[in-house]
Design a protein around this ligand. Structure first.
Ligand code: URA
Ligand code: SF4
Length: 281
């Protein structure tokens, strides 16, 4: 009998090795046989996004990848089965599964999960932040605190209502004391966002801050100051990185650059900002 935590930890380790690009490993056949013979204790916990909902004990070489994976995230050999997140057909199903997700330690401190809100049908823009803060954790909605109010103004400055765009985060549970999510937490949560993006099909993505950019590109060393204002890609979807509104609240001079970034988004969409009176942030 093997503990579920140990079993899941091992599976996660194998998945992260594959995500890091490792394709081969020397395996002791006897050990593999022993592993395959192990029984996992039950009941099984709720599935995480990278695990099949009722995952039978698979051999350790079975690894899944998000259907919408960018090349950097192409985790799996072509023959690997679809991951759990990809099995969810609607955003409501994903939100329900996120509410039960225990794939990383952030589940322990959350009050509510925050899957995302807004226009679910091919919005022109999908904004991606870092993770819920205190207000978002309390309400289960993204960007409703101080940074959220600024984001709402930025969206209005572009000429949109909040409901016309989609707003989500890299991690769906609040990190304790609003700390930056750990790379392992980002990795654990990304399949949810990948699936959301695949279903929503936004015309473009705006990554708000370094964590969003890192999660969406897999470039974990990126500096937002260096990458902002330049078009990138998430799979086949154009991705504009910009500053996080919480940073803009702390450092107002950066608002000018953020507005330049958002104007590039409008330009890409063939739009102009509304008259200045409406576009003041
Ligand atoms: N900051 C974020 O990154 N996301 C939110 O939802 C709120 C604040
Ligand atoms: Fe699951 Fe994401 Fe919450 Fe971690 S942060 S428990 S992966 S929903």
């Amino acid at each position: 009998m093997i503990g579920r935590d140990i079993y899941n930890g091992l599976i996660r380790h194998i998945e992260s090795e594959i995500q890091a690009g490792r394709r081969h490993a020397a395996l002791d056949e006897k050990l593999v046989a022993e592993f395959l013979a192990l029984k996992v204790d039950s009941p099984a916990p709720q599935a995480g996004p990278g695990a099949k909902p009722a995952r039978p004990a698979p051999p350790p070489t079975v690894v899944s990848a998000p259907a919408s994976a960018t090349p950097a995230r192409a985790l799996a050999p072509a023959t690997a089965p679809a991951p759990a997140a990809a099995d969810f057909a609607t955003l409501d199903d994903i939100a329900t599964a996120i509410a039960q997700c225990r794939a990383c330690a952030l589940c322990n401190s959350r009050t509510r999960t925050v899957p995302g809100t807004g226009n679910r049908v091919a919005p022109e823009v999908m904004f991606v932040g870092e993770g819920p803060g205190e207000d978002e954790d309390a309400r289960g909605e993204p960007f409703v605190g101080a940074a959220g109010q600024l984001l709402t103004k930025m969206i209005a400055a572009m000429g949109y209502e909040r409901e016309e765009v989609f707003i989500a985060n890299i991690v769906k549970c609040r990190p304790p004391k609003n700390r930056v999510p750990e790379p392992s937490e980002i990795e654990a949560c990304m399949p949810w966002l990948e699936r959301q993006i695949a279903l929503i099909r936004p015309k473009c993505l705006v990554a708000l801050g370094a964590t969003a950019f890192k999660g969406l590109t897999g470039d974990m060393k990126a500096s937002i100051t260096k990458v902002r204002g330049v078009w990138h890609k998430h799979g086949d979807i154009p991705l504009m990185p910009s500053f996080h509104p919480a940073y803009l609240l702390r450092y107002a001079p950066a608002k000018k650059s953020a507005w330049e970034d958002l104007k590039k988004v409008l330009e890409f969409l063939g739009k102009s900002p509304p008259p200045p009176s409406k576009s003041k942030t």
